[in-house]
Design a protein around this ligand. Sequence first.
Ligand code: ADP
Ligand code: ZN
Ligand code: ZN
Length: 750
Amino acid sequence: MYCQVIVDITHDSVARPFTYLIPGDLRVTPGQRVAVPFGSREKEGIVLSLCESTEIAPERIRSVVRTLEDYPAVLPPLMALAEEMAEKAHCPLAETLRLMMPAEMRGGRVREKTELRAALAAAPEEALKAAREERRSRKRREILELLAERSPRKVSEIAEAVKDPREALRSLADAGLIRLEREEALRTPGGGLQDARSDWHPLTPEQQEALEEVLPALKEGNGRFLLHGVTGSGKTEVFLHAVRRALEMGKSAVILVPEIALTPQMVSWFRARFGPVAAVLHSRLSAGERYDEWRRIRRGDARVVIGARSAVFAPTENLGLIVVDEEHESTYFSDHHPRYDAREVAESRCRRERASLILASATPSILSFARASRGDYMLLEMPRRVADRPMPEVSIVDMREELETGNRSVLSRELVRELSGCMSRGEQAMLLMNRRGYHSFVSCRKCGYVVKCSQCDISMTCHVEESAPPGRETLLRCHYCGSTQPIPEKCPSCGSPYIRYFGAGTQKVEAEIRRLFPDCACGRMDIDTTGGKDGHARILEAFRSGKTRILIGTQMIAKGLDFPQVTLVGVIAADLTLNLPDYRSRERTFQLLTQVAGRAGRGQKPGRVVIQTYRPEDPVIRMAARQDYRAFFEDEFRRRRISLYPPFTILARVLIAGPEEAAAENAVREAEKEIRDGLRTHPEWEKRILMMETEPPGIRFLRGQARRQILFKLLTGNETEMLCRFLTERAEAPRPGVTGCFEYNPTSMI
Ligand code: ADP
Ligand code: ZN
Ligand code: ZN
């Protein structure tokens, strides 16, 4: 027997299967990982298929060295998925196969953890008898008594009662009284929240109706749904019930959340209802935890998987359901190589594995809602909150007026008033400030110079480092590459000493809150405070338990969180996202404001929301204040049609970057010429192009790389796929001193 192996090297020149002989005593199945000779080295690979014969001469064929696990790491449908993705992303199969397992499994960088256990060799009575007769060693007697109570026990546990038990254990084992065994010890991630809604609520009629629509599809193994329910309508409860039914049918389920900040809550809800059948997968787990959770899923011990984007590749068998919660979030799209959209992957998996798909959101993406309107998804609507709870009451504060009346603080008088009331009633508040750091930029009052990152074409943000030595607490940080520098004492451009700070971030809001409400503990949640394995859970747990009463945060706190004691939500600067130069900035602003407003009044007490803005008349802000998704969708859909933006067209670009500006410029000119030549010979492609513009991108320098782009607006259609293939080839063509890529509807156009 022979097998075709994809060797774990992601170079185009070896992007094909290699044939190996399977030694007679080895059992190998497709999807299994194997060690194979490759050149003069040994490499890991994945078996693609088996075959009985080969064209390759017998003296040239080499043999599989060994299998790396005794089970296939990649299940057949995931193998097919990897092939489909490689085809689509134009990359070696080895690269997409890597998505299918924990990174550390490759290269054997993570292993099973075992622990030593002691078990009685005979009945407890005999052990007790032996204990009574034991004269030589007190330790031996105590160990026997412990084990007579309960056996087996971990040796580490015995060591808590009996000091240094190793020798005594060994002699007991030699005497045949006990057995020492190594057993696998699974590393289980913590990081849930304490409260956990563990009881099954009877569903409201709206929830019941939505569930009833899903169940037949779940049974049949099909169905694609868009669950559009206002914030607090109880969407989570619907899919908890759907998952329960899937489990009863013997199927498994995957629940995707858009970011790690939302896993603690979801994990605690699912663990409370389903116990250890629920597993969690995301990038913040330790290597050991990720490996063990992955194997629990692979073995079928865990049948509900909760996780961020990459959990869409969870090795579940008999998949029944994938839920994509907060489906509108751009984090489902992976910008790393290989690029993929977890929503698309979920859809493809569901089709392939005969499972149902539920996309859920209070603010569906324009794309998904348009597809639902067309009938691609079945639309399930839940227009009311559970238990007749009212939607929050929203007021818009004009920050220009605040300035005019002499209030230069980041907090308006109305928000301060509401906060005081909220605190005095013993309730909780959340404040959204969608920018981290203290000040957003530093500038010279005399000449207007703005301090920029030396590696990026971006102004640097001023941060206060709480742990830094005195005198060095403030520094400038680049939000793109992370590099830091001290705050200049004099203007680097004109030498003037008048350096001023502008704009506010989460740290500034926190300082302001501490000053105004010194007795109310507050928490801050942004990238800077959520490091480590349980960074998110720690901050959220403090807020859930009431230890902190005000939670300040970036978009991380805007969606999905359910804290029933929160009665007030403040949006510090609603305009931040609205001003971004991207055709999606209206959509993103509407989503962000609607979502964060929806955090208020989810419990017994009604909620209040204060939105601060310099553009109080802006229709997007007004529609978000009314939580009027339909109105926003109609308006935005019409705009996109008129100005020919997605979903009516495709935005794409060829992006070229390199350390030397001149090389990038040359390369982009060359690429442009090749593309124009190609179009001349393919008039059917040219017809698909609405716009083609070579221009520097919004950010000309990033991480020390000069960047150039060719921007496209394309019509959708059959020929477009061939055209994109061509553009990808031209973008990735090797050119001196640069690398290039082709981006199709990228999430960010900077
Ligand atoms: P959504 O995800 O739609 O914003 P959640 O699923 O988080 O809403 O539910 C909002 C709140 O309502 C939660 O606190 C939840 O415990 C509660 N809830 C959900 N369904 C019910 C129900 N059927 N009966 C009572 N409370 C419910
Ligand atoms: Zn200056
Ligand atoms: Zn930088």
